[in-house]
Ligand binder design. Structure first.
Ligand code: DGL
Length: 273
């Protein structure tokens, strides 16, 4: 039977935290993961650059036979998704779909606050795009939304320095500074694929009054729901339980680092875009 996998794209390793949840909720499907590690981070790149890199990734995943692609990267979802959906997707045919992570999260997030005040933590690109506040206003018009960019966090995680004293101090200072400026916040959204790696430490910092919300589970739940509503697409997707991993960097590096994000051993292949 022909393999028709779900494509999962991220600028690097972070999307593996989303894939991990997809594999928990939807283990029967086939997946292709592509991490553009050679060109990551995307977080501080311009709109044009993030768009052109994301389009190349989407093109690659369609060539692997995907009919549905999840752009797991928040920065790429914020800066490239809409243009790809509106301008590029029609070229690939009517049955292809590309979805991001911002919409499913914003549909859900407003429900988790009692104080009607939430905080978004993300890359500079995601925060400066204002995508979260704009989308959230559509579903929860009265919600107070504050944002904070954490430009040091992705490099800390990528270099495995987030557990060092210096790394922890940087993360602590971001969180404490942000919450002291926005004391009504009772839910913090980890709007970057890398940040779930810091979940335990962030929970420890904020205590029990602030809920910390990673995205993976929300995205996976919303995808289950989306496929239930799109039966034809769902029937097309093959269910062989396989995952193929591709990286634009060295595959040995990728396989080693992937363990931090996915907690399983993998064997990736290198591709040059
Ligand atoms: N994957 C990116 C995101 O979710 C973070 C890493 C990057 O800056 O490329 O925004």
């Amino acid at each position: 039977m022909k393999k028709i996998p779900i494509g999962v794209f991220d600028s690097g390793y972070g999307g593996l935290t989303i894939l991990a949840e997809l594999l928990k909720k939807m283990p029967d499907y086939d997946y292709v993961y592509f991490g553009d590690n050679a060109r990551a981070p995307y977080g501080n790149r311009s709109f044009d650059v993030v768009y052109s890199y994301t389009l190349e990734a989407v093109d690659f995943l369609f060539k692997q036979g995907c009919e549905l692609i999840i752009i797991a990267c928040n920065t790429a979802s914020a800066k490239a998704l809409r243009t790809i959906q509106q301008t590029d997707l029609p070229r690939y045919g009517t049955n292809k779909r590309v979805l991001g992570v911002i919409r499913p999260c914003t549909e859900y997030i407003g429900q988790v606050t009692n104080s009607n005040s939430i905080g978004i933590l993300g890359t500079e690109g995601t925060v400066n795009s204002n995508s979260y506040p704009i989308e959230l206003k559509k579903f929860f018009p009265s919600l107070h939304v504050a944002q904070h960019a954490c430009p040091m966090w992705v490099p800390l995680i990528e270099n495995n320095m987030h557990n060092t004293e210096a790394g922890k101090l940087i993360i602590k200072s971001d969180i404490e500074g942000f919450l002291s400026e926005n004391p009504t916040i009772d839910a913090l959204v980890l709007a970057c694929t890398h940040y779930p790696v810091l979940l335990d430490y962030i929970k420890q910092l904020v205590g029990e009054t602030v809920q910390v919300v990673p995205q993976g589970e929300i995205v996976a739940d919303k995808l289950v729901d989306y496929l239930a509503r799109h039966e034809k697409l769902n029937a097309t997707l093959s269910k062989g339980g396989s995952v193929d991993y591709y990286t634009s960097e060295n595959s040995v590096f990728f396989d080693k680092a992937a363990a931090t994000f996915l907690h399983r051993k993998i064997q990736s292949q290198h591709i040059a875009l």
